[in-house]
Design a protein around this ligand. Sequence first.
Ligand code: GLY
Ligand code: MN
Ligand code: MN
Length: 433
Amino acid sequence: FSQEIFCARRKKIFENMEGSVMVLPAAPVSMKSRDAEFRYRADSELFYLTGVVDPGSIAVLNPNGDSGSFVLFIQPRDEEKERWDGKRLGLDEAKDIFCADEVYSLADLEKYLPQLLSPAETIFFRLGSGSRVEQLVIQSLATARIGRSRRILGPQSVADPGMVLDPMRIVKDPEEVDRMRQAAIVTVQAYQEMFSAIRPGVGEWEIEAVLDSEFRKRGAWGPAYTTIVGSGSNSTILHYVSNNCTLKNGDLVLVDAGAEVDLYNADITRTLPISGRFSDRQNDIYEIVLCANREAIETIRPGVSVDQIHLNSLDVLIQGLMELGILKGDKDKIIEDEIYKPFFPHQTSHWLGLDVHDIGSYTDKIGSKILKPGMLFTVEPGLYFNNQNSSTPQKYAGIGIRIEDDILVTDTGHQNLTAKLPVNPSDIEHLML
Ligand code: GLY
Ligand code: MN
Ligand code: MN
């Protein structure tokens, strides 16, 4: 990404930040066990506005003044730590790379942050981390409260950065769409490699390994989220990640995975017959979910509401369940009373981007959000017949099917970024030969 993109985003967000300052700390390093770290994944918000991906960094964005300012705190150089964890940037180097107005060492946070916060009325900062920077933000409010008796102004409120950032992030710019396309391409290719690995006797973990390895081979950071490989009744567990059972002849396997490329994510689900052929029972359900997926995708164009996509998919799923005799009665009543929920407990879509379940509201003042070019989300209807559930018809017990694609809203309609991955039963069966 060129620095101009981040600079332009700061300029844009500054328009909605008058009289305030935003403080964005890097995501914390997560520990896997006692003193072993997970591989670091940069903070989505900090990256979005600055391009900074280094742990320990803190950006302070101030819209006031001629063109606003961007001050960055970074971990100081440390020969011993760098010997273990790798090179850190020097202050001048970071200033250059990130086009910051000022770069300080994190060791000087207490020295400089209070004065950077003092001109703001509102501080955009996410509370709840209990971090050192949070203490300083809270202190700045206390200091300002005392100062007011001496006519000194200062911060009076703390607001969530998402209030100004989320609406921006929901519409992707061309550079972001490009990365999302890449993530989709890598994921489609990995699935294509994976199809032929599916056969009875193979472990769910082996399918996971094929996908994750194909992601890495193609230069992706890795999986966007823990790869889901649920065979048999595991397919009915929505976020099943144990992946420790063996694929059995005659069962289905639901595979939900996505690659992360330059921090941008794909999110695909395909459900496949382990034997290589769908049974009639499986096909009954598969056809309904496929039809819901296709109908919902067909709806997508600027001006349509997000709710409409879900309603169209829901309509097809319920119609299908009624035709199979699984749901009975009046369709509107089934929707109103949510009688379908045991079989379809989730929404059809979620925003997709730097986060897999990307930020952004699904409603605005007038109701359901209206689609605009550049929005990007999944379409993932599913039907799940959990054998623990008393309303599950015996015939379909243990079947879970989800079909998930990633859709970009274009000026005239939509583009399915994952369309190259087969979805029709006959194409899937052919690929699995
Ligand atoms: N992989 C999580 C989801 O599909 O939403
Ligand atoms: Mn999804
Ligand atoms: Mn998914």
